[in-house]
Design a protein around this ligand. Structure first.
Ligand code: SF4
Length: 567
């Protein structure tokens, strides 16, 4: 390994607090891989939690692996260095298990690039006795793992806190050889062994049948944490090199009961489970005692936490400042804004998602313009100068009027925020963050067509042009082509795996892979799906009933018809 790569790892480790270092002797070794850079991976609370839980098992050593920065990739190639763990600089092939934590479908390509660089055969079926077992967890694993399934020995479907302990026990007690171990895993609730499922396709390209073999369940049930109070979800390692590295992250609960029709998180983490105030009190006190000054509350919808007022008091009684990443305008309270202001918040984030009340009702996030304006008044009253707003384009039933309404609404919010300071300068900035809607499995919009990159680009131009009128408004957006990639991977089936392998072979150049791939991306992205079509993720059960989703999909379209004046 080159000296400069070693040195860079050492710099990252030296800046960390909470790194776990364990001796390897006789232990089960797990490489926990985040298929993106260190900065992104270390901001992920789920990744951090599993790192802590695995290392809490006495006979396990778990070390972290990340995707190298692009300049380091070049150095790795030059020095023939395979991907290695941060803690002991060992290559992936030294570990018994290589587990990927995947929260974003676009990272699938990095999963395969890392395997290829490590010299581990990409396809699970091609792995040899001495290769590590390759597994995957994270929200992509229980949303729809099918595009990446051919490359996984097994997949952890659901929340991993309890399951990782059982998996290690199964490995400790039952590992004789790869095939025998995988055969034994099919009995473990929440474990999916893709090699035990045969997929048959109909003449029109849709999935005709999925047949489970060798004792595998015909439907794989998601694992969920029953008692959230029994497992703390806090960041184990602090680092200034991660986005939230300056604060102690604390998850207040799992799931969200709001049911916004586009939202994957709101569906797959059901049922809603809040941690008790007493449990959080203990955690906050311990954080304060260890010298933490700032706590970042994390959860699908933190402002819906039922005992938020009590929690705010606990945080302040412990002399800590508060941070929350995003708030719902309709559950914003004066106490909360005041606490955030006292905590030094300079920016408050809200996600109206759509420019008109009609579209917000249609996607079932029925926040009114009035509630947004009231939220702006609160923000201004407590001297928070900046507002960040999240909007989405390309949602089902959207019209050009809905798109034009986005900058218009943002402009009104900005106007409400702006006050003149004594020097006569206006105060208040607004960031308009625009993302492209990608239909996700397990949501009522799973049958909806993706809007398409060209259409999204046109809509973006409308917004950007209108936003130029406001001097204190900044527009941020992603490239719609990247949203199109995500749309392909989010609802893809196993045949999309060939595209992933091609993209990895082209060193991550997925545009070139798309041109060369024999499959039809539009079949997975812009094609509307019929309600009776068998979907790629229908052999999973995440606790969401298809009939309920279908009802919600029909309601969304009915609300559109009512708005259009249909009888
Ligand atoms: S968008 Fe937010 S409020 Fe709506 S379901 Fe998702 S997490 Fe809950």
């Amino acid at each position: 390994m080159s000296w400069s790569l070693k040195k860079k790892s050492q710099v990252l480790l030296d800046a960390e607090q909470g790194t776990v270092r364990k001796d390897w002797g006789g232990k089960i070794s797990v490489a926990l891989v985040y298929p993106n850079t260190y900065a992104v991976g270390m901001s992920n609370l789920g990744f951090q939690t599993i790192y802590r839980h695995l290392n809490a098992i006495p006979d396990v050593v778990c070390e972290r692996v990340f995707v190298p920065e692009s300049q380091d990739l070049e150095e790795m190639r030059r020095s023939a260095t395979p991907p290695f763990s941060l803690e002991s600089l060992r290559p992936l092939t030294d570990f018994h298990l290589v587990g990927f934590s995947v929260t974003y479908e676009g990272d699938y390509i990095n999963v395969l690039r890392l395997l290829a660089m490590a010299g581990i055969p990409l396809r699970a079926a091609a792995r040899r006795a001495h290769d590590p077992l390759v597994l995957m967890g994270g929200v992509c694993a229980f949303s729809n793992p099918e595009p990446i399934a051919p490359f996984m020995d097994f997949v952890v479907v659901g929340e991993g806190e309890e399951l990782v302990v059982e998996l290690i026990a199964a490995y400790r007690e039952g590992y004789r050889d790869r095939a025998g171990f995988l055969a034994s895993l099919v009995a473990l609730e929440g474990v999916y062994v893709p090699g035990r499922y045969d997929i048959a396709y109909a003449a029109d390209g849709t999935i005709a049948e999925v047949v489970a073999r060798g004792g595998a369940p015909s439907v794989v049930a998601k694992r969920r944490l029953r008692n959230v109070n029994a497992f703390e979800t806090v960041a184990a390692v602090k680092t200034p090199h991660a986005e939230y590295g300056h604060m102690a992250l604390l998850e207040v609960g799992k799931g969200c009961g709001r049911g916004c029709r586009f939202c994957l998180e709101g569906q797959v983490y059901r049922p809603v489970r809040h941690r008790s105030v007493d449990t959080l009190r203990e955690t906050v006190a311990r954080m304060a005692a260890s010298g933490e000054r700032r706590v970042g509350l994390v959860g699908a919808c933190v402002s819906d936490y039922p005992w938020l007022g009590d929690l705010l008091k606990i945080v302040e009684e412990n002399g800590m400042e508060l941070s929350i990443s995003s708030l719902r305008a309709d559950s914003l309270t004066e106490d909360l804004v005041a606490a955030l202001a006292r905590g030094g918040h300079r920016t408050l984030t809200m996600a109206p998602e759509a420019g008109t009340e009609r579209l917000r009702r249609s996607v079932r996030k029925p926040i009114t313009d009035e509630q947004l304006m009231t939220a702006c008044d609160l923000v201004r009253a407590y001297g928070i100068p900046n507002l960040k707003t999240y909007f989405m384009i390309g949602q089902p039933t959207e019209t050009i009027e809905d798109v034009e309404a986005i900058p218009e609404l943002a402009g009104r919010m900005l106007e409400r925020l702006r006050v003149l300071d004594p020097s006569g300068r206006p105060f208040g900035r607004l960031t308009l963050s625009v993302s492209s809607f990608v239909p996700k499995p397990w949501t009522p919009f799973q049958w909806a067509p993706f809007d398409g990159a060209e259409s999204l680009q046109t809509k973006l131009e409308i917004i950007k042009r209108a936003a130029r009128r406001f001097s204190n408004m900044r527009v941020l957006h992603e490239n719609p082509r990247e949203a199109a990639l995500q749309a392909l991977l989010a609802r893809g089936d196993r045949r999309v795996g060939d595209f992933l392998a091609l993209a990895a072979a082209h060193d991550g150049d997925w545009r070139r892979a798309l041109r060369e791939w024999e499959g039809d991306a539009a079949f997975y992205t812009t094609r509307p799906r019929a309600p009776d079509e068998r979907l790629a993720w229908d052999h999973f059960d995440v606790g969401v009933k298809k009939a309920g989703l279908l009802r919600e999909w029909e309601r969304a379209r009915a609300e559109d018809a009512v708005a259009a004046g249909a009888p």
